[in-house]
Design a protein around this ligand. Structure first.
Ligand code: HEM
Length: 414
């Protein structure tokens, strides 16, 4: 195992196919380069148990010191927004997640998502008709023309953020998504600075909307978060801002990759695409298998240990930084038979694609619904779709991984 494997994971030249690197990594389930760098965990059962371990923290303030990270990852110190619940531990995490759940729908019952089904269908049809009216079916970019605008419109609608402001927060969202990647070559003092500024600007933008909604509430989540007063009391303005920023970014930068990775995988497996075309209900197992096989969130680089912990025979000291490589756990042959095979008929599919434990994806019902609908409609409506570039050009990001463009052609749109 080379000492540089962490750099290789981040290196763009491996973006299109990082899976051979993960296979190499799994030979050492807990890898540490010995220089005070992160402990990288790549096997399914170890990742799963750490995600459920209360001795593991998501709060960046528990890392021994940002400067200890040889890859130069810095923290969010100095931001004007407090950390969102993604980066908090209990009890604050639990309180804020509970309070956010209330307007979104009761726990484990995605009724708000069901209410939105008609609307989601309308958005999907509108975008596919938009592609048809361009008249150019020889070169369609499924990212720019479909997979990006769809989830962005949905999260804007849900939160009550004006869709026409998208060009403004697009830049902040991209900066924040990119900042999740550890940067081996960045100056530790500078790395993360762009993200701090982007977060502050996004916070100020949302503060204006929250003020408006307090005066004149609508049926959107921003209004509900800003005005709700339940058993846990109400959120402070700062909590409303960091929660809505989290939802906006999470709803923005992840589902696009699930839809795009999904179409790419289906175009590489035409027999599955044909089955989906004939039976839209197959989108349910297809999306689960995609979350295992090509997960949009490849790794979680933000955890730390609150005390000394032993994992797979390795002792992690208190304050150690952890990378949990979800995409590698999903391909662990000790957990999944033929893990490198895309197989929507797989019966046993407890993947790590949406995380696990107390931080498991809050937007999971929405993400699943969006991807199921998007893929089944694209399969049904595009006649004889073909990939024009394989592999397609990828986004820079290693953590939130997916194609930047997905050029395809088709004969007609029905
Ligand atoms: C958490 C994946 C879509 C909101 C997570 C986590 C993963 C994930 C892996 C765990 C993070 C951790 O443990 O540190 C995904 C994927 C998506 C998706 C693959 C799309 C395919 C969404 C959407 C929303 C959302 C649409 C918002 C509506 C959140 C939030 C958390 C989270 C708020 C933090 C939960 C917590 O800390 O308790 N997501 N997500 N996600 N996700 Fe998603």
């Amino acid at each position: 195992m080379t000492q540089d494997i962490l750099r290789e994971i981040i290196d763009y030249s491996n973006r299109a196919d990082p899976y051979p690197l993960y296979e190499e990594l799994r030979k050492t389930p807990v890898f540490h380069n010995g220089n005070g760098g992160p402990y990288v965990v790549s096997t399914y059962y170890e990742i799963q148990s750490l995600l459920h371990d209360p001795r593991i923290s998501s709060d960046a303030r528990n890392l021994k010191a940002a400067g200890d990270d040889p890859l130069g990852r810095s923290e969010e110190e100095g931001t004007t927004l407090p950390p969102s619940f993604l980066k908090l531990d209990p009890p604050d995490h639990d309180r804020l997640r509970r309070m956010t759940n209330r307007p979104f729908g009761p726990p484990h019952s995605p009724h708000r998502v069901h209410d939105m089904l008609g609307e989601l269908g309308g958005l999907v049809s509108g975008l596919i008709e938009g592609i048809a009216t361009t008249g150019n079916l020889d070169r369609i970019d499924l990212v720019d023309q479909f997979a990006y605008p769809f989830p962005v419109s949905v999260i804007c609608r849900l939160l009550g953020v004006p869709r026409e402001d998208e060009p403004r927060f697009h830049v902040w969202a991209e900066t924040l998504a990119a900042s999740l990647d550890p940067d081996p070559d960045a100056d530790p003092a500078q790395h993360g600075k762009g993200a701090v500024d982007a977060r502050m600007e996004l916070g100020m933008y949302l503060a204006g909307l929250v003020e408006e909604r307090r005066k004149d509430p609508g049926d959107d989540m921003l209004s509900q978060l800003a005005t709700a007063d339940g058993p846990d009391g109400s959120m402070t303005t700062m909590e409303v801002l960091s929660t809505s920023a989290l939802l906006l970014i999470a709803g923005h930068e992840t589902t696009v990759n699930l839809i795009t990775n999904g179409m790419l995988t289906l175009l590489r497996h035409p027999e599955v695409l044909q089955r989906l075309r004939e039976d839209p209900s197959l989108s349910v197992p297809i999306v689960e298998e995609l979350l295992r096989y090509e997960p949009p969130v490849q790794l979680l680089p933000q955890r730390s240990t609150l005390s000394e912990i032993e994992v797979a025979g390795v002792t992690l000291p208190k304050g150690a930084s952890l990378w949990l490589v979800l995409a590698s756990g999903n391909r662990d042959p000790k957990r999944f038979e033929n893990p490198d095979r895309f197989d929507p008929d797989r019966r046993d599919i407890q993947h790590l694609g949406l995380g696990s434990g107390i931080h498991s994806c809050f937007g999971a019902p929405l993400a699943r619904q969006e991807a199921q609908l998007a893929l089944s409609e694209l399969a049904r409506r595009l006649e004889n779709p073909r990939l024009l570039e394989d592999p397609p050009p990828y986004r820079k990001n290693a953590v939130l991984r997916g194609p930047r463009h997905l050029p395809v052609a088709c004969d007609a749109i029905r």
